[in-house]
Design a binder for this molecule. Structure first.
Ligand code: SF4
Length: 348
């Protein structure tokens, strides 16, 4: 795995992005931003599963104003997502947004960008230059590949911000196509010092979207690229946050909450391991401490894997052995598999 690319850290509220800071997991609300109460409720739910930064859509002035109320009800920094109308960015800053996302595909008039940059600079608020393959500026050279066009669009906007003596910059280059996205990030990673927000856009519903996002995001992270991630899913944003942490945990980049090791089950298993693992997974969602839990179906790999875990269960016919840090701590009856395992997890 490549070492992490050096980037110039920025501060969005109390969250640092880039440099040596942990890779930040973020999401975006799916409520109507104008409805502050529902938006706050969704953000609190996301905070509970570890979301560290939240973005809200700002389609109109009322949504920009709502940021003031939303901020009062939440604990994580909020980023205003702006398209088309630069005045919404000014209103969002006025309302206390901790960060802005601008799309160079639809706001690139230097005069308008300058007005936003000046207001952001006065407040020390970073701007993400968020390029999307689906909304590239008309000015980019159509002879270039899509990935190159995305890079060009970002560099153009970066040069404009730098010319205004502004460097609180974060960049994203998202496409639905995974190789295009990877190519674009690899290219820009060598050209700029700013932190990168990575993700695959419009990845789809959870079953396929998580795979698509994981392939793209993990490949980049393995190359040392990426300072904050957002898994875009057609689902409740809680699923995005959970998937984000699973990606980081799989690459040993973050520790957050439990890790569940469970065997796939096979003809050797004498209990319903799929059902037990699903029940354990559901219970573990309520736990935030880092702990490795193993659920194994028989004696082939069971005791070995269970021994490696903090808490493990290796099941046999009607009975199972519980392990704690490699030590056998008891034998339990089938009816108590879940409760005994979870009891040990809680006590750990
Ligand atoms: S641990 Fe046992 S039950 Fe599970 S997959 Fe391996 S052999 Fe099959």
């Amino acid at each position: 795995m490549n070492s992490r690319r050096n980037s110039k850290p920025i501060q969005i509220g109390r969250v640092t992005i880039g440099g040596d800071a942990p890779i930040v997991v973020q999401s975006m609300t799916k409520t109507d931003t104008r409805d502050a109460a529902s938006t706050i409720r969704q953000i609190k739910d996301l905070e509970d599963c570890g979301c560290e930064l939240i973005r809200v859509a700002v389609p109109d002035g009322q949504a920009a104003q709502a940021i003031r109320d939303i901020k009062r009800g939440i604990s994580i920094p909020i980023v205003a997502d702006i398209h088309f109308d630069y005045r919404l960015a000014l209103m969002a800053l006025e309302a206390g947004a901790d960060g802005l996302r601008l799309n160079p595909g639809n706001i690139n008039d230097p005069k308008k960008v300058k007005a936003v940059v000046q207001a952001a600079k006065e407040r020390n608020v970073p701007i993400r230059i968020g390029v999307n393959a689906g909304s590239l500026p008309r000015e980019v050279n159509p002879q270039l590949t899509i990935a190159q066009q995305m890079v060009e669009a970002a560099l153009e906007q970066i040069r404009l911000l730098e010319s205004l003596d502004f460097d609180l910059i974060k960049v994203s280059l998202k496409a639905f196509d995974v190789p295009t996205t990877i190519e674009a990030y690899r290219d820009i990673a060598e050209k700029i010092p700013y932190p990168l927000h990575i993700g695959i856009t419009e990845a789809g519903p959870p079953r396929t979207g998580v795979i698509r996002s994981t392939v793209g995001i993990s490949t980049l992270l393995y190359l040392g690229i990426g300072d904050t991630i957002r898994v875009s899913l057609t689902a409740h944003p809680r699923e995005e946050v959970i998937a984000g942490y699973e990606i980081l945990k799989s690459l040993n980049l973050r520790q957050y909450g439990p890790v569940l090791v469970s065997c796939p089950s096979c003809g050797r298993a004498e209990v319903d391991i799929v059902k037990l693992a699903e029940a354990v997974e559901k219970e573990l969602l309520k736990i935030t401490k880092p702990i490795k839990v193993a659920v194994m179906g028989c004696v082939v790999n069971g005791p070995g894997e269970a021994r490696d875990a903090d808490i493990g269960i290796a099941c046999g016919k009607g009975k199972a052995v519980l392990f704690k840090k490699g030590e056998k701590i008891g034998v339990v009856e089938e009816k108590d598999f879940l409760s005994s395992l979870m009891g040990e997890v809680e006590r750990f």
